[in-house]
Design a binder for this molecule. Structure first.
Ligand SMILES: Nc1ncnc2c1ncn2[C@@H]1O[C@H](COP(=O)(O)OP(=O)(O)OP(=O)(O)O)[C@@H](O)[C@H]1O
Ligand SMILES: O=C(O)c1ccc[n+]([C@@H]2O[C@H](COP(=O)([O-])O)[C@@H](O)[C@H]2O)c1
Length: 212
């Protein structure tokens, strides 16, 4: 009897994508024998509504550039094309339709996992995918209230990199070489992303009038 397909799902705002994301996806791919890992840039990350987030198309293109050299990595537009606030319950139902007879492995860092109880329709999530929590410097999972057995925890090489840190460095005129792939440095420079007073058309996600 043939084994069911196993596909990883790496969701993120990716503003910008950095080597912490790529190492997490690569480690989980190898440890769980995943056929592919699908990177899914968020449309509107509703829990970051107080933050300025770069346009989805910039985040999507950066994700495509950063993953292009790995034949096991793919990028999906489902969260961007659906529109509205991004909920993982919708991401997983779209991907389940796209990948029938497949086990999905949703990858999250320790920080995101700590917050998972606040996610939309969280109870349904654990029936839709296996959740894999990866270690992240500065975060611990000790206090996270997760359903017993719902999440597998995986130790990955420690990458003390965050998108916030990368944005702050660009704003301060510091290099982000080697924190992000080379193509992402070039993309950020070309588009003038994250620079104070730059013309880059960052957007703020306020609640839509229909959500009020
Ligand atoms: N250095 C890292 N090590 C392990 N997991 C990470 C790391 N950076 C991000 N992740 C995980 O990747 C997913 C997407 O993260 P996201 O795009 O929000 O990046 P971020 O660096 O956390 O961004 P920001 O600093 O803007 O909050 C989340 O599950 C997050 O926990
Ligand atoms: O479903 C939710 O309510 C929800 C709330 C916060 C984050 N998420 C998902 O978690 C992933 C990482 O998100 P972020 O904001 O840390 O980049 C991404 O796939 C998000 O869509 C999902």
């Amino acid at each position: 009897m043939s084994r069911r397909r196993r596909i990883g799902v790496m969701g993120g705002t990716f503003d910008p994508i950095h080597h912490g994301h790529l190492v997490a996806a690569s480690e989980v791919q190898a440890q769980f024998g995943l056929e592919q890992v699908v990177f899914v840039p968020t449309g509107q990350p509703w829990q970051k509504s107080h933050e300025v987030v770069s346009p989805a198309e910039d985040r999507y293109l950066m994700t495509v550039i950063a993953t292009a050299s790995n034949p096991r990595f793919l990028v999906s537009r489902v969260d961007i094309d659906r529109g509205g606030p991004t909920y993982t319950v919708d991401t997983l139902s779209d991907l389940r339709e796209q990948y029938p007879d497949t086990d999905l492995y949703f990858i999250t860092g320790a920080d995101a996992l700590e917050q998972i109880v606040s996610w939309h329709r969280v109870v349904e999530l654990f029936d839709m995918a296996h959740f894999i929590g990866v270690t992240r410097p500065g975060y611990s999972l000790d206090g996270a209230h997760l359903p017993k057995g719902a999440v597998s925890l995986v130790e990955i090489p420690a990458m003390a990199i965050s998108s916030t840190g990368c944005r702050d460095r660009v704003r301060a005129g510091l290099p982000v070489w080697y924190l992000v792939p080379d193509g992402i440095v070039q993309y950020i420079t070309k588009r003038g992303l994250y620079r104070e007073g730059s013309d880059s058309p960052a957007v703020e996600w306020g609640p839509r009038s229909s959500d009020a």
